[in-house]
Ligand binder design. Structure first.
Ligand code: FAD
Ligand code: NAP
Length: 312
């Protein structure tokens, strides 16, 4: 029986691994389906992890994390978890994709989330070279430059407002002429002098050269094609939360979720189920930043230790 099972080995899972083992839990396994490190390993540059100065990639940042945890006894199993369920005695079963099951007294789920892609030509080719899904991460690279934002939901409009403070101009490109966003946010966007709304417009292609994005071609409802020369395109067309491990045999979720599929947690990263914690990008209102995911992992780990010790 594991003291704690950690599902996912990104910044949240690895930090949970460090804190649970260093905090005294003896038998902790982190299940990660790929290489540990999480989605930040796809980033060519990270400038906003405190203390990590100089030109470092996401991979550079994450390389030492697994070894640091293993020094304190964290076991790492390269497995995909299919389902986490709760047993009658209050323990948890971790069903893996090979059909085997491990049991655990507590579980910290840290499987992250992934932004959706819009599907225009060049989006994948230029991802990380001008196409981004994170304004907090990459907005600064476009300081005093012009950028485009794709989408018409709360995320697109809020991120457009964020970018408008850094960039000289933001083109907000949306496929319809009404927005899904909150009315107050729409009002703020409309009142922003450096945000130009381009509605009824579908991005067709991002164009670029060896250095990265140089522009975007959009198809307008009128049939006209408009090209805008910009070095950055931010895509905010929705988000997939990796919550599959919490789906039970009957299709219900193990714990309470938001309507957008994020795990509901309190400030201690406790879910609605005792002994089950969630951390990082998959939890509700996650800022989707490495430093925040790591912080969540530490909080969840301290709570898991208290739970296993019976002080919850
Ligand atoms: P993740 O990093 O997504 O890790 C989840 C892990 O769980 C993954 O390793 C995955 O393989 C594993 N997993 C999922 N399902 C299963 C399963 N069923 N079984 C086993 N394992 C599973 N943040 C910043 O702070 N600054 C930046 O500059 C920045 N730039 C970014 C650039 C890019 C291109 C991307 C994609 C993200 C960037 N981010 C940045 C965001 C940051 O990467 C995330 O906020 C952070 O990685 C979230 O950590 P996490 O541990 O919650 O999830
Ligand atoms: P969302 O509400 O699903 O909006 C996605 C937007 O992208 C929509 O405007 C959609 O257009 C557009 N879109 C989807 N696929 C596209 C494609 N292939 N090409 C071009 N455009 C495409 O996603 P979200 O903005 O990430 O928000 C997700 C949920 O979180 C929402 O319920 C939102 O309210 C919530 N949220 C809340 C807050 C807040 O309360 N402060 C902040 C962020 C998010 P259509 O409109 O035409 O479908």
């Amino acid at each position: 029986m594991l003291d704690c099972a950690i599902i996912g080995g990104g910044p949240a899972g690895l930090t949970a691994g460090l804190y649970t083992t260093r905090g005294g839990l003896d038998n902790v396994t982190m299940f990660e389906k790929g290489m540990p490190g999480g989605q930040i390993t796809m980033s060519s540059e990270i400038e906003n992890y405190p203390g990590a100065t100089g030109h470092i990639s996401g991979m550079d940042l994450m390389i030492p994390w697994p070894e640091q945890c293993q020094r304190f006894g964290l076991k790492h199993e390269m497995s995909e978890v299919s389902r986490v369920s709760r047993n009658e005695d209050g323990t948890f079963s971790i069903l893996k994709s090979d059909g085997s099951i491990d049991k655990a007294k507590s579980v910290i789920v840290c499987t992250g989330s992934a932004p959706k892609r819009a599907g225009f030509i060049g989006e994948d080719v230029y991802f990380g070279r001008g196409v981004s899904t994170c304004a907090t991460c990459d907005g600064f690279f476009y300081k005093n430059k012009e950028v485009a934002v794709i989408g018409g939901g709360d995320t697109a409009l809020e991120e457009a407002l964020y970018l408008a403070k850094i960039c000289t101009k933001v083109y907000l490109i949306h496929r319809r002429d009404t927005f899904r966003s909150a009315p107050s946010t729409i009002e703020r966007v409309k009142n922003s002098p450096n945000i130009e709304l381009i509605v009824n417009a579908v991005p067709e292609e991002v164009i670029g050269d060896k250095m990265g994005v140089t522009g975007i071609r959009i198809a307008l409802k009128s049939g006209e094609i408009r090209q805008i020369d910009i070095p950055g395109v931010f895509v905010f067309v929705g988000n997939n939360v990796n919550n599959q491990v919490l789906i039970q045999e009957d299709g219900s979720f193990l714990c309470d979720m938001t309507q957008w599929g994020e795990v509901k947690v309190d400030l201690s990263m406790k879910t609605s189920i005792s002994g089950l914690f969630a951390a990082g990008d998959m939890r509700e209102s996650a800022p989707k930043q490495v430093v925040c995911a790591a912080g969540d992992g530490a909080v969840a780990a301290l709570q898991a230790i208290a739970y296993v010790d019976g002080h919850h």
